[in-house]
Write a protein of this length. Structure first.
Length: 534
């Protein structure tokens, strides 16, 4: 096992099967592809700061009774019907979904206060946490009294008191989660109210209902309308922190989706304020596709009894994702244009969509101007315009997946619809794109391969998230990495004085991609014939 950029990576996550050698600690540009693994003496021990953590910090729970299909029980009949309508009658749960069902519906582990679902991108983590949350709310509904008024000093105050709260880092992801949750709650026998604070009409309706409820609270009249408190509220941490009329007293389950982002520096203060205002009986569920060092340290300090449901393919690229390397020498924008032409002229790719990630907003605008001058229809999205302020993103609709995409019922995009989306990493967290988005371009990948340990880890995490927007739910996809040192023909062959080949100096991104590839199952040798056992 080798280490890209001098980073000692956990053997359990990064395994390529490359034999070890003596060149493990040499600089990257002089290193062969035959390094030696570092022996870890402690689950928390690190050779260098910024090292990606191993899973030994929390025991990974893979229940022996993991279910291979959706059944009723444990799911209610109404919820099971909606799952079959969403996924199909023959659908089987993915690994994180099976682990989640076995965990939350077991008498032994189902009441654990802190749970972590850690699985690779595109593995169905949204359903993995929505199913147990909705099932629990349905079972406890008859025992819970909805109250839209809370007691305060000197009287009463109208407020919204959800029973479950789902936090997401972006408005786009929050809306997508709420759409899936509403579909699951559509059955008449499993009706639950789902609200999303990121929808533009929600705030206006909520303010009107609260104002009317405030007038009724000060009079002898009664509220004849439906309760304004939803069963499930999907929101961003900023909405919860800014709106004082939101009470967390009735929250039974909190879900922190994309926990690696919400527990990072940019969101940590707002997320922690939500966690601190929960009741002691509320269950906290964290969901993530990557576990950086900051998240590992948070769990060590705040969640000592954390139960981890870890996928065996965590921190690996999707199996059906192919990787191409392109030399961007000369003009990076021109190299992107050539690859777009190659994709759109390839037989069978007539309706394919392309997602291009840039590191900076200025880079998005620069590439957008270049494509516009070449009459390439595209959408440039940075999250800084008026669409973001009004919490609407109509330009993203042709690219994002809806609930029907689980069954691939979506028709191909029209001829007039844009097929290229240029954006920043803001859209790389959690969003599920449609089945026709099969290509991800990374023009800035090569420029970020610095030799520092911290930069190497960030590169690995960003590559997992960005490349993971394609090849989701078992579909195939391609990621194109624009890196000069990794392009075909750029690898250098090392030959000794006798003319013997001793190894190959690979490009930086090539090494990183190899480390993130999922290990293939080992084949038994000699092969076993059918009907013969040993």
């Amino acid at each position: 096992m080798w280490r890209p950029h001098g980073v000692s990576l956990p053997v359990r996550w990064f395994s390529t099967g490359i034999p070890a050698g003596k060149h493990a600690r040499t600089p990257l540009r002089h290193r062969l592809s035959h390094p030696t693994p570092r022996r870890r003496t402690s689950p928390h021990e690190e050779a260098r700061p910024g090292e990606l953590p191993a899973l030994e910090f929390a025991q990974a729970l893979v229940p022996a009774e993991t279910k291979t299909q959706f059944t009723s029980p444990p799911l209610s009949h109404g919820l099971l019907r909606m799952v079959h309508g969403l996924l199909g009658e023959r659908a089987r749960p993915t690994t994180p979904q099976a682990q989640s069902l076995a965990h939350f519906f077991s008498p032994r582990h189902g009441t654990a206060r802190h749970t972590l679902i850690a699985a690779e991108t595109g593995s169905g983590k949204t359903l993995a946490y929505l199913l147990p949350v909705l099932q629990r709310l349905h079972q406890s509904r008859s025992h819970t009294e909805h109250a839209d008024i809370r007691h305060v000093q000197g009287g009463f105050e109208p407020c919204i008191m959800p029973r479950a709260l789902v936090l997401a880092p972006t408005h786009e992801l929050a809306r997508q989660i709420s759409e899936v949750a509403k579909v699951l709650c559509h059955d008449a026998s499993h009706k639950l109210r789902v609200a999303c604070s990121s929808k533009p009409a929600y705030s206006a309706t909520l303010q009107a209902d609260l104002a009317r409820l405030a007038r009724l609270a000060s009079s002898s009249e009664t509220w004849n309308g439906a309760p304004i408190s939803p069963d499930v509220l999907v929101s961003t941490p900023s909405f919860v922190a800014e709106h004082k009329m939101l009470s967390l007293a009735n929250v039974e389950m909190l879900v922190v989706d994309e926990a690696d982002t919400l527990l990072d520096e940019g969101f940590r203060s707002e997320t922690m304020s939500v966690l601190q205002n929960l009741s002691d009986s509320a269950q906290q569920l964290f969901v993530t596709a990557t576990i950086p060092k900051s998240v590992r340290l948070f769990f060590d300090e705040a969640c000592p009894s954390l139960v981890t449901l870890a996928s065996p393919h965590l921190h690996h690229l999707p199996r059906r994702l192919s990787v191409m390397f392109v030399d961007p020498s000369g003009s990076k924008e021109l190299a992107v244009l050539k690859e777009l032409f190659r994709v759109f002229t390839t037989p069978g790719c007539e309706h394919d969509q392309v997602l291009i990630f840039r590191d900076k907003r200025s880079s998005v605008e620069q590439l957008s101007r270049f494509l516009s001058q070449r009459n390439v229809d595209h959408v440039a999205w940075t999250g800084e315009g008026s669409d973001r302020k009004t919490r609407t993103s109509p330009s993203l609709a042709p690219f994002l997946a809806g609930p029907s995409e689980y069954l691939a019922r979506r028709s191909p995009p029209g001829q007039d619809a844009p097929r290229v989306l240029v954006t920043t990493s803001l859209l790389s967290r959690g969003l599920d794109f449609g089945p026709f988005l099969r290509h991800v371009f990374l023009p800035d990948a090569g420029r970020n391969t610095k030799r520092s340990v911290h930069a190497a880890n960030n590169n690995a995490l960003e590559l997992l998230h960005r490349a993971g927007r394609s090849a989701r739910a078992g579909r195939s996809g391609t990621v194109v990495v624009f890196d000069k040192s990794s392009a075909p023909g750029k690898s250098k062959v090392l030959i000794n004085r006798r003319g013997q080949k001793k190894g190959i100096v690979r490009g930086q991104m090539d090494l990183l991609v190899q480390a993130l590839r999922a290990p293939r199952p080992r084949r038994r040798w000699p092969p076993q014939r059918k009907g013969v056992s040993t």
